[in-house]
Design a protein around this ligand. Sequence first.
Ligand SMILES: Cc1cc2nc3c(=O)[nH]c(=O)nc-3n(C[C@H](O)[C@H](O)[C@H](O)COP(=O)(O)O)c2cc1C
Length: 306
Amino acid sequence: METKNVLIAYHSQSGQMREIIDQFIAPFRHDLTYKFFFHQIKPVKEFPFPWTSRQFFDVFPESVTEVGCELHPIPNELKQSYDLIIIGLQVWYLSPSIPITAFLKSDDFKELANQTPVITLNGCRNMWFMAQRSIKGFLLAAQSNYVGHLVWFDKVNNLVSVITIMHWAFTARKDKKWGILPRPGIKDEDISKARGFGETLKHFWESDRLQSLQDEYIKQGGVEVLPHLMSMEHKAKRIFKVWTRLSLKQGGPGTPKRDAVLVAFKYYLLFMIYLLSPIATLIFYLTYPLFYLRIKRNIAYYQSVR
Ligand SMILES: Cc1cc2nc3c(=O)[nH]c(=O)nc-3n(C[C@H](O)[C@H](O)[C@H](O)COP(=O)(O)O)c2cc1C
C-alpha cells in the first residue's frame, strides 16, 4: 500500500495541544501506511510563558488585527507534498494565536496546503467562534481542502475559567488556584477523547470519505457550541476592535502610552465579563425563541468547514 504522508504543524506554550495531538494520532501508531512529520511553529521572538500581566495584555492589539509575527521557517526537509495537514492551534483574544495567524498566512503554508486536505484541532478556553471565522478565511486563501475541525475547551463555568486560565498563564502552573478552583485548561478526560476522533479519521480516510468527515465529527460531538458564548463573541469582537484602534493610536508593543490604554482595557474586560456577560446571557435565553432560526444558522456555520 502507498505511504500516506501527514504533516502536523502546531503551536503550544504549555504543551496542552501536543497532548491532544498525541491522543488524536494514537490510532495510527502501529500502522506503517502512515508517516507523520512534526513541525512546531516557533516565533523568532518567543512569547513569554509564564506571562506578566503587562505582556499578556500587550499582545491584545496584534492578536485582534491578525498581523502575525516573524516565524522560524519550515525546515527544507519538511517541504514536500502531503496527503493531509493537521494544524494544532489555540485562540488569543478571539483570534487565532499570533504564531498560528502568522503560520496560516505564510507562503510556506500556502505552498504546502494548496489543494491538500487540512484538519484543525483547536484547544482553547471556550471562546473560539470569531477565530474560527478567520481560520476558514486563511484556509480558503491558501486554497486548501478543509475537511475537519475539532474544538476542545474548558468545560467549567465561564466566570471561573477566566480566573483559572489567568492563574495558569501568569504562573505556568496547571494547579488549583487558591487550592479550591478546578485545574485550568482542558480536562484530561476530554483530551483523551481525541483518540476516538483519530479513529474516525482513519476509518473515513481508508474508505475514501474524507469529504464527509466533518459531518461525522459534528454527530460525535466534536464541535460543541454554547450558543450564549457564540452570541456574546459577536458583540465582544466589535468592542475589541474599538479598544484595538485606541491602543494602536498610542504606538506599537511596549510603548508606555499604549500600556495605559491596555490597563484600562484590562479593567473594562473584567467589568464586561463579570457584570455585563451574566446580564447578556440572561437576555439571550429570554429572547432565544425570537432569534431561533438565526442562532441555528450560526451554529451550523461554526460547526461546519464550509
Ligand atoms: C494571550 C492569550 C489570550 C487568550 N485568549 C483566549 C480567547 O480569546 N478565547 C479562548 O477560548 N481562549 C483564550 N486563551 C486560551 C488559549 O486559547 C489556550 O487554551 C491556552 O493558552 C493554552 O494554550 P497552549 O496550547 O498554547 O498552552 C488565551 C490565552 C492567551 C495566552
